[in-house]
Write a new protein. Structure first.
Lengths: 187, 187
Protein backbone atom coordinates (compact mmCIF):
# COMPACT_ATOMS: atom_id res chain seq x y z
CA UNK A 1 0.00 0.00 0.00
CA UNK A 2 1.38 3.40 -0.96
CA UNK A 3 2.28 5.75 1.88
CA UNK A 4 -0.01 8.74 2.29
CA UNK A 5 2.63 11.40 1.81
CA UNK A 6 0.20 14.27 2.43
CA UNK A 7 -0.17 13.09 6.03
CA UNK A 8 3.43 14.13 6.74
CA UNK A 9 2.55 17.83 6.54
CA UNK A 10 0.15 19.47 9.01
CA UNK A 11 -0.18 23.26 9.38
CA UNK A 12 2.58 23.57 6.77
CA UNK A 13 4.98 21.80 9.16
CA UNK A 14 6.91 18.89 7.65
CA UNK A 15 6.45 16.30 10.40
CA UNK A 16 9.14 14.00 9.01
CA UNK A 17 11.78 16.73 9.28
CA UNK A 18 10.64 17.67 12.77
CA UNK A 19 10.50 14.01 13.83
CA UNK A 20 14.05 13.49 12.57
CA UNK A 21 15.25 16.31 14.83
CA UNK A 22 13.26 14.92 17.78
CA UNK A 23 14.65 11.40 17.25
CA UNK A 24 18.22 12.62 16.96
CA UNK A 25 17.95 14.58 20.23
CA UNK A 26 16.20 11.67 21.98
CA UNK A 27 19.05 9.33 21.01
CA UNK A 28 21.77 11.83 21.96
CA UNK A 29 20.50 14.49 24.40
CA UNK A 30 23.69 16.56 23.87
CA UNK A 31 22.36 17.35 20.38
CA UNK A 32 19.70 19.54 22.03
CA UNK A 33 22.25 22.23 22.85
CA UNK A 34 21.88 25.28 20.60
CA UNK A 35 23.63 28.63 20.45
CA UNK A 36 21.88 31.43 18.61
CA UNK A 37 23.74 34.61 17.72
CA UNK A 38 23.56 38.12 16.32
CA UNK A 39 26.10 40.84 15.66
CA UNK A 40 25.09 44.49 15.91
CA UNK A 41 26.64 47.69 14.60
CA UNK A 42 25.71 51.19 15.68
CA UNK A 43 24.76 53.33 12.66
CA UNK A 44 24.30 56.62 14.54
CA UNK A 45 21.91 58.16 17.07
CA UNK A 46 19.19 55.62 17.89
CA UNK A 47 19.77 53.65 14.68
CA UNK A 48 21.63 50.35 14.70
CA UNK A 49 21.63 47.17 12.66
CA UNK A 50 21.94 43.48 13.53
CA UNK A 51 23.14 40.74 11.26
CA UNK A 52 22.05 37.15 11.84
CA UNK A 53 23.90 34.40 10.04
CA UNK A 54 25.39 31.44 11.93
CA UNK A 55 24.14 29.30 14.79
CA UNK A 56 25.07 26.07 16.53
CA UNK A 57 22.52 23.26 16.66
CA UNK A 58 22.41 19.46 16.71
CA UNK A 59 26.18 19.23 17.21
CA UNK A 60 27.20 21.40 14.27
CA UNK A 61 27.99 24.97 13.35
CA UNK A 62 25.38 25.99 10.77
CA UNK A 63 24.44 28.96 8.63
CA UNK A 64 21.10 30.28 7.52
CA UNK A 65 20.52 29.96 3.78
CA UNK A 66 21.25 33.69 3.67
CA UNK A 67 22.15 36.23 6.36
CA UNK A 68 19.38 38.46 7.69
CA UNK A 69 19.70 42.15 8.57
CA UNK A 70 17.45 43.78 11.15
CA UNK A 71 17.39 47.49 11.89
CA UNK A 72 16.29 49.30 15.02
CA UNK A 73 15.58 52.98 15.53
CA UNK A 74 13.36 55.15 17.74
CA UNK A 75 10.48 57.48 16.94
CA UNK A 76 11.22 61.25 16.95
CA UNK A 77 9.96 61.78 20.52
CA UNK A 78 12.71 59.41 21.67
CA UNK A 79 15.29 61.29 19.59
CA UNK A 80 15.36 58.84 16.68
CA UNK A 81 14.70 59.09 12.96
CA UNK A 82 11.96 56.41 12.96
CA UNK A 83 13.61 54.30 10.27
CA UNK A 84 12.73 51.00 11.96
CA UNK A 85 10.78 49.48 14.83
CA UNK A 86 12.39 50.17 18.19
CA UNK A 87 14.07 47.54 20.37
CA UNK A 88 11.13 47.00 22.72
CA UNK A 89 8.84 46.52 19.71
CA UNK A 90 11.29 43.96 18.31
CA UNK A 91 10.93 42.14 21.63
CA UNK A 92 7.15 41.96 21.11
CA UNK A 93 7.70 40.58 17.60
CA UNK A 94 10.05 37.94 19.04
CA UNK A 95 7.39 36.95 21.55
CA UNK A 96 4.38 36.88 19.19
CA UNK A 97 6.31 35.03 16.50
CA UNK A 98 7.68 32.47 18.95
CA UNK A 99 4.35 31.69 20.58
CA UNK A 100 2.76 31.42 17.12
CA UNK A 101 5.41 29.01 15.83
CA UNK A 102 5.31 26.99 19.04
CA UNK A 103 1.54 26.56 18.89
CA UNK A 104 1.62 25.67 15.18
CA UNK A 105 4.41 23.09 15.51
CA UNK A 106 3.12 21.47 18.69
CA UNK A 107 -0.38 21.36 17.21
CA UNK A 108 1.01 19.68 14.08
CA UNK A 109 2.74 16.86 15.97
CA UNK A 110 -0.54 16.25 17.86
CA UNK A 111 -2.54 16.13 14.64
CA UNK A 112 -4.34 19.40 15.45
CA UNK A 113 -5.11 21.37 12.28
CA UNK A 114 -5.13 25.18 12.41
CA UNK A 115 -6.63 27.18 9.55
CA UNK A 116 -5.71 30.73 10.54
CA UNK A 117 -3.88 32.29 13.46
CA UNK A 118 -3.30 35.92 14.30
CA UNK A 119 -2.45 37.90 17.41
CA UNK A 120 -2.12 41.29 19.02
CA UNK A 121 0.55 41.91 21.62
CA UNK A 122 0.88 44.93 23.90
CA UNK A 123 3.35 45.70 26.68
CA UNK A 124 3.64 48.41 29.36
CA UNK A 125 6.77 50.43 30.01
CA UNK A 126 7.11 53.49 32.22
CA UNK A 127 9.75 55.74 30.66
CA UNK A 128 10.68 57.14 34.07
CA UNK A 129 12.72 53.96 34.56
CA UNK A 130 14.75 54.22 31.35
CA UNK A 131 15.21 57.97 31.71
CA UNK A 132 16.61 57.51 35.20
CA UNK A 133 13.94 59.76 36.76
CA UNK A 134 12.75 57.32 39.43
CA UNK A 135 14.85 54.54 40.93
CA UNK A 136 11.78 52.61 42.10
CA UNK A 137 10.25 52.39 38.60
CA UNK A 138 11.27 49.26 36.62
CA UNK A 139 13.22 50.05 33.46
CA UNK A 140 11.75 47.16 31.45
CA UNK A 141 8.29 45.89 30.58
CA UNK A 142 6.06 45.48 33.63
CA UNK A 143 3.37 43.46 31.85
CA UNK A 144 2.74 42.00 28.40
CA UNK A 145 -0.55 40.68 26.98
CA UNK A 146 -1.12 38.63 23.82
CA UNK A 147 -4.54 37.87 22.37
CA UNK A 148 -4.68 35.18 19.72
CA UNK A 149 -7.57 34.50 17.37
CA UNK A 150 -7.50 31.05 15.81
CA UNK A 151 -9.66 29.53 13.08
CA UNK A 152 -10.30 25.78 13.22
CA UNK A 153 -12.54 23.25 14.94
CA UNK A 154 -13.59 24.76 18.30
CA UNK A 155 -12.24 21.74 20.17
CA UNK A 156 -8.88 22.25 18.46
CA UNK A 157 -8.79 25.97 19.23
CA UNK A 158 -9.39 25.16 22.90
CA UNK A 159 -6.23 23.03 22.93
CA UNK A 160 -3.91 25.79 21.66
CA UNK A 161 -3.52 27.88 24.82
CA UNK A 162 -1.64 25.13 26.62
CA UNK A 163 0.72 24.66 23.64
CA UNK A 164 1.76 28.32 23.85
CA UNK A 165 3.72 27.42 26.97
CA UNK A 166 6.35 25.56 24.95
CA UNK A 167 7.53 28.87 23.46
CA UNK A 168 11.22 29.58 24.23
CA UNK A 169 10.74 33.38 24.11
CA UNK A 170 7.67 33.17 26.38
CA UNK A 171 9.67 31.09 28.86
CA UNK A 172 12.70 33.38 28.66
CA UNK A 173 10.56 36.42 29.44
CA UNK A 174 8.48 34.88 32.21
CA UNK A 175 11.37 33.04 33.90
CA UNK A 176 14.06 35.66 33.31
CA UNK A 177 17.59 34.91 32.16
CA UNK A 178 21.08 36.02 33.14
CA UNK A 179 22.62 38.45 30.65
CA UNK A 180 26.35 39.04 30.83
CA UNK A 181 27.54 42.32 29.28
CA UNK A 182 31.16 43.22 28.57
CA UNK A 183 32.44 46.43 27.01
CA UNK A 184 35.96 46.53 25.63
CA UNK A 185 37.87 49.23 23.78
CA UNK A 186 37.97 48.67 20.03
CA UNK A 187 41.42 47.65 18.76
CA UNK B 1 26.51 85.66 20.76
CA UNK B 2 25.16 82.99 18.45
CA UNK B 3 24.18 79.70 20.10
CA UNK B 4 26.45 76.79 19.31
CA UNK B 5 23.83 74.57 17.70
CA UNK B 6 26.30 71.72 17.14
CA UNK B 7 26.56 71.25 20.89
CA UNK B 8 22.94 70.02 21.00
CA UNK B 9 23.82 66.80 19.16
CA UNK B 10 26.13 64.19 20.70
CA UNK B 11 26.49 60.67 19.26
CA UNK B 12 23.83 61.62 16.70
CA UNK B 13 21.32 62.09 19.54
CA UNK B 14 19.43 65.40 19.49
CA UNK B 15 19.75 66.40 23.12
CA UNK B 16 17.10 69.10 22.88
CA UNK B 17 14.47 66.59 21.74
CA UNK B 18 15.48 64.13 24.41
CA UNK B 19 15.55 66.86 27.08
CA UNK B 20 12.04 67.95 26.07
CA UNK B 21 10.78 64.41 26.70
CA UNK B 22 12.64 64.24 30.02
CA UNK B 23 11.25 67.60 31.13
CA UNK B 24 7.69 66.68 30.17
CA UNK B 25 7.85 63.44 32.16
CA UNK B 26 9.50 65.18 35.12
CA UNK B 27 6.67 67.71 35.25
CA UNK B 28 3.93 65.10 34.82
CA UNK B 29 5.11 61.60 35.77
CA UNK B 30 1.98 60.05 34.21
CA UNK B 31 3.46 60.96 30.80
CA UNK B 32 6.06 58.24 31.35
CA UNK B 33 3.50 55.51 30.72
CA UNK B 34 3.99 53.86 27.32
CA UNK B 35 2.28 50.99 25.56
CA UNK B 36 4.14 49.35 22.69
CA UNK B 37 2.35 46.98 20.33
CA UNK B 38 2.62 44.54 17.45
CA UNK B 39 0.15 42.46 15.49
CA UNK B 40 1.17 39.12 14.04
CA UNK B 41 -0.27 36.90 11.34
CA UNK B 42 0.66 33.30 10.68
CA UNK B 43 1.75 32.82 7.04
CA UNK B 44 2.13 29.02 7.20
CA UNK B 45 4.45 26.47 8.80
CA UNK B 46 7.11 28.28 10.83
CA UNK B 47 6.65 31.53 8.89
CA UNK B 48 4.74 34.46 10.38
CA UNK B 49 4.82 38.23 10.07
CA UNK B 50 4.42 41.08 12.55
CA UNK B 51 3.30 44.59 11.79
CA UNK B 52 4.31 47.47 14.03
CA UNK B 53 2.51 50.76 13.65
CA UNK B 54 0.91 52.49 16.64
CA UNK B 55 2.03 53.04 20.21
CA UNK B 56 1.00 55.10 23.21
CA UNK B 57 3.50 57.51 24.74
CA UNK B 58 3.58 60.83 26.57
CA UNK B 59 -0.21 60.85 26.98
CA UNK B 60 -1.08 60.31 23.32
CA UNK B 61 -1.79 57.58 20.80
CA UNK B 62 0.93 57.86 18.16
CA UNK B 63 1.98 56.23 14.91
CA UNK B 64 5.38 55.56 13.45
CA UNK B 65 6.12 57.59 10.32
CA UNK B 66 5.43 54.34 8.44
CA UNK B 67 4.42 50.86 9.61
CA UNK B 68 7.17 48.22 9.85
CA UNK B 69 6.85 44.55 8.89
CA UNK B 70 9.01 41.88 10.49
CA UNK B 71 9.06 38.25 9.41
CA UNK B 72 10.06 35.19 11.38
CA UNK B 73 10.79 31.68 10.13
CA UNK B 74 12.94 28.72 11.18
CA UNK B 75 15.87 27.00 9.48
CA UNK B 76 15.18 23.67 7.70
CA UNK B 77 16.28 21.51 10.66
CA UNK B 78 13.45 23.10 12.66
CA UNK B 79 10.98 22.43 9.84
CA UNK B 80 11.00 25.94 8.42
CA UNK B 81 11.85 27.48 5.05
CA UNK B 82 14.55 29.82 6.42
CA UNK B 83 12.99 32.95 4.97
CA UNK B 84 13.77 35.08 8.03
CA UNK B 85 15.57 35.06 11.36
CA UNK B 86 13.84 32.88 13.92
CA UNK B 87 12.04 34.22 17.01
CA UNK B 88 14.88 33.56 19.47
CA UNK B 89 17.28 35.37 17.12
CA UNK B 90 14.86 38.31 16.98
CA UNK B 91 15.05 38.38 20.78
CA UNK B 92 18.86 38.73 20.57
CA UNK B 93 18.45 41.61 18.09
CA UNK B 94 16.01 43.28 20.49
CA UNK B 95 18.56 42.96 23.29
CA UNK B 96 21.65 44.08 21.35
CA UNK B 97 19.81 47.00 19.76
CA UNK B 98 18.33 48.14 23.08
CA UNK B 99 21.59 48.02 25.02
CA UNK B 100 23.31 49.87 22.16
CA UNK B 101 20.68 52.62 22.03
CA UNK B 102 20.63 52.90 25.81
CA UNK B 103 24.40 53.31 26.04
CA UNK B 104 24.48 55.83 23.18
CA UNK B 105 21.65 57.98 24.56
CA UNK B 106 22.78 57.93 28.18
CA UNK B 107 26.33 58.67 27.06
CA UNK B 108 25.05 61.64 25.03
CA UNK B 109 23.23 63.27 27.95
CA UNK B 110 26.41 62.88 30.04
CA UNK B 111 28.56 64.49 27.32
CA UNK B 112 30.35 61.19 26.59
CA UNK B 113 31.28 60.93 22.91
CA UNK B 114 31.33 57.50 21.24
CA UNK B 115 32.97 57.06 17.84
CA UNK B 116 32.04 53.47 17.03
CA UNK B 117 30.10 50.74 18.81
CA UNK B 118 29.53 47.14 17.81
CA UNK B 119 28.57 43.95 19.60
CA UNK B 120 28.21 40.20 19.42
CA UNK B 121 25.44 38.46 21.31
CA UNK B 122 25.05 34.73 21.90
CA UNK B 123 22.48 32.77 23.88
CA UNK B 124 22.10 29.14 24.97
CA UNK B 125 18.96 27.07 24.46
CA UNK B 126 18.58 23.33 24.99
CA UNK B 127 16.03 22.11 22.42
CA UNK B 128 14.96 19.30 24.75
CA UNK B 129 12.86 21.88 26.59
CA UNK B 130 10.98 23.19 23.55
CA UNK B 131 10.54 19.70 22.10
CA UNK B 132 9.00 18.48 25.35
CA UNK B 133 11.63 15.74 25.77
CA UNK B 134 12.69 16.65 29.31
CA UNK B 135 10.48 18.42 31.86
CA UNK B 136 13.46 19.55 33.91
CA UNK B 137 15.14 21.36 31.01
CA UNK B 138 14.19 25.06 30.67
CA UNK B 139 12.37 25.87 27.41
CA UNK B 140 13.89 29.34 27.05
CA UNK B 141 17.37 30.83 27.03
CA UNK B 142 19.48 29.75 30.01
CA UNK B 143 22.21 32.34 29.49
CA UNK B 144 22.98 35.24 27.16
CA UNK B 145 26.30 37.02 26.67
CA UNK B 146 27.00 40.31 24.85
CA UNK B 147 30.44 41.63 24.07
CA UNK B 148 30.68 45.25 23.00
CA UNK B 149 33.64 46.92 21.36
CA UNK B 150 33.60 50.69 21.60
CA UNK B 151 35.86 53.29 20.00
CA UNK B 152 36.46 56.52 21.88
CA UNK B 153 38.62 57.94 24.68
CA UNK B 154 39.56 55.04 26.98
CA UNK B 155 38.10 56.85 29.99
CA UNK B 156 34.80 57.22 28.11
CA UNK B 157 34.73 53.56 27.05
CA UNK B 158 35.18 52.57 30.69
CA UNK B 159 31.98 54.46 31.58
CA UNK B 160 29.74 52.65 29.06
CA UNK B 161 29.25 49.33 30.87
CA UNK B 162 27.25 50.93 33.66
CA UNK B 163 25.02 52.77 31.17
CA UNK B 164 23.99 49.45 29.59
CA UNK B 165 21.90 48.81 32.68
CA UNK B 166 19.35 51.44 31.65
CA UNK B 167 18.25 49.21 28.75
CA UNK B 168 14.55 48.24 28.94
CA UNK B 169 15.07 44.94 27.08
CA UNK B 170 18.04 44.05 29.32
CA UNK B 171 15.93 44.74 32.39
CA UNK B 172 12.92 42.84 31.02
CA UNK B 173 15.07 39.76 30.37
CA UNK B 174 17.01 39.80 33.63
CA UNK B 175 14.03 40.67 35.86
CA UNK B 176 11.39 38.64 34.00
CA UNK B 177 7.90 39.89 33.19
CA UNK B 178 4.39 38.49 33.39
CA UNK B 179 2.98 37.52 29.99
CA UNK B 180 -0.75 36.96 29.73
CA UNK B 181 -1.83 34.80 26.77
CA UNK B 182 -5.42 34.38 25.57
CA UNK B 183 -6.59 32.28 22.64
CA UNK B 184 -10.05 32.87 21.23
CA UNK B 185 -11.84 31.36 18.24
CA UNK B 186 -11.82 33.61 15.18
CA UNK B 187 -15.20 35.15 14.42
Amino acid sequence: MAQQRTATTINGVDLETLQNTVSAVEQDPSLGKCKFRATNKWVGGAHNRSRIDDFYAAGEERNHQQPFELDADEPPMLAGDDQAANPVEHLLHALASCVTTSMVAHAAVRGIHIEELESEVEGDIDLRGFLGLADDVPKGYTGIRIKFRAKGDPENVAKLRRLAEFSPVYNTLTQGVSVDIEVEPME
